[in-house]
Structure formats: structure tokens, C-alpha cells
Design a protein around this ligand. Structure first.
Ligand code: G3P
Ligand code: CA
Length: 243
């Protein structure tokens, strides 16, 4: 039976502070096939790796990340919110993550967080950086903003793109074709066996998120999805080894 690849969501979010180098290093350490990470822009136009638009939940800063320069953001603590053992972890720049990832074999799912704030030229800047590090073959762009995926298709047809969606789409395959995406990243709870088979037969890659409980991981492995995005990659590996 075909096993899915395992992507560590925001790094290994279950055991490490999300979207930090500590979380990404852990993903490589435990043998994940890929990492998922979220990007925004800083006030001085640098791409930063953080999930929320605001700093409050995961750092000791406050307000919109977009109000601060990269240098100001790097001075924040992005580890203590999770555990004091991670005090001093920083918000990584995308450049920093790509420079490190270029020396690994990891796949990179870069989620553009541009459905709330439309950051100026986020797509152009991201494509430029991925090309600078020669990572075109190992990157998958995704976004809940499907117009952004369409723009990425015109900017970088050589880099894989996928639609994120949380609620059912009227017809996901039609939407994917319209937006020129090769992958679908649905909320895992939307998936059925019939849909997985239909989408795969139509040539789409299915990478549902975020699958954390053992029973859900079992179900998604049984459905035959291509990639599992999880906060707990070690759990997924346990189940795959048992098969
Ligand atoms: O990319 C999958 C997943 O990360 C999307 O949701 O909110 O965790 O970024 P979120
Ligand atoms: Ca994400």
C-alpha cells in the first residue's frame, strides 16, 4: 500500500514553538518529508515566518507584524509562549529558512497568509527568494486566497501551487483548474474516499490539514491521501510503521 508523505505543520508544532527554527530543525531530525510554514511581510518589505497577522499570541510583541521592521521583529521572543526552554527563539525570515532548507532534502509548503492583509508584492518577493535558493522543485505554494494562487501561476508556472480551503467548495476540481493549481489542501474533515479517488484520477495531489488525532491519521492513511500535514509527525510515522 502507498504511504503518504508526512509534513510537519508550522514545524513540529505539537512539541516545539510553531514557525521557529527550533520547530523546523525538529522536523528534519525526526525524518519528516516536509515542513509547512506561514508567511507575512514586515514593514520594510521582508518576508517573515509567523502564523498570525498579529504578534500577541506567539511572541512578546503586540499588534500587527506589518507595523514593524525585520530588525524589530527579530528582537522579539517567539519561543517562551510555548515553553521557557525555548526562550530566545526568533521569528525567522523566509530567507533564513530557505538558506537552511537548501542544505536539507525537505519539501517546503509555503503558505502565503494574504487573505486578510493583501501584502504588496508578497507573491513576487516569495518567488524571487525561492528561485534565489534554487528550491523551485521542492516548494509548494498554498493560500486560502485563490486569486493569489492564480497570480503565482503566472509568475512562476514551474513551482507547484495548491488551493487551501476550510469549507466545502462548490466544485474543488473546477476551482483548482481555474486557478491553475496542481494540489488541493482541504480541511481533512471534508474528505471522502470518492473525492480522494476522483481528485487523484484527475491528476491533483491531495495534502489535507491538520490531522493530529490517531484515529484521524488512520483514516487519512486509509483514504490514500498523498501528504498528511500534522502537528505530530511522530504519530503518523508510528502508524505507518505498524502497517
Ligand atoms: O496549510 C495548512 C494549514 O496550515 C492551514 O491552516 O491556520 O494552520 O495556517 P492554518
Ligand atoms: Ca498554515
Amino acid at each position: 500500500m502507498k504511504h503518504p508523505l508526512i509534513f510537519a505543520h508550522r514545524g513540529v508544532k505539537g512539541t516545539h514553538p510553531e514557525n521557529t527554527m527550533a520547530a523546523f530543525l525538529e522536523a528534519e531530525h525526526i525524518g519528516a518529508h516536509g515542513i509547512e510554514l506561514d508567511i507575512h511581510l514586515s514593514n520594510d518589505g521582508e518576508i517573515i515566518v509567523i502564523h498570525d497577522e498579529t504578534l500577541d499570541r506567539t511572541t512578546n510583541g503586540t499588534g500587527l507584524a506589518f507595523n514593524y521592521t525585520l530588525q524589530q521583529l527579530k528582537a522579539l521572543d517567539a519561543g517562551s509562549f510555548f515553553d521557557h526552554r525555548f526562550a530566545g527563539e526568533q521569528i525567522p525570515s523566509l530567507r533564513e529558512v530557505l538558506a537552511w532548507a537548501a542544505g536539507t532534502a525537505l519539501l517546503l509548503n509555503i503558505e502565503l497568509k494574504n487573505d486578510i492583509i493583501r501584502y504588496p508584492e508578497l507573491e513576487q518577493k516569495t518567488v524571487q527568494l525561492v528561485r534565489e535558493y534554487g528550491l523551485e522543485d521542492r516548494v509548494i505554494f498554498s493560500s486560502f486566497n485563490h486569486e493569489s494562487i492564480e497570480l503565482l501561476a503566472s509568475l512562476a508556472p514551474e513551482i507547484h501551487r495548491a488551493l487551501l480551503y476550510h469549507e466545502p467548495l462548490p466544485d474543488a476540481l473546477i476551482e483548482a483548474r481555474k486557478r491553475q493549481a496542481s494540489g488541493l489542501h482541504p480541511n481533512f474533515m471534508l474528505l471522502t474516499k470518492e473525492f480522494v479517488q476522483c481528485a487523484q484520477q484527475a491528476g491533483f495531489t491531495l495534502r489535507p490539514y491538520t490531522i493530529n488525532e490517531y484515529k484521524d491519521l488512520e483514516n487519512m492513511i486509509a483514504l490514500g491521501v498523498d501528504v498528511i500535514i500534522t502537528d505530530w509527525p511522530a504519530r503518523a510515522f508510528e502508524l505507518i510503521k505498524e502497517r
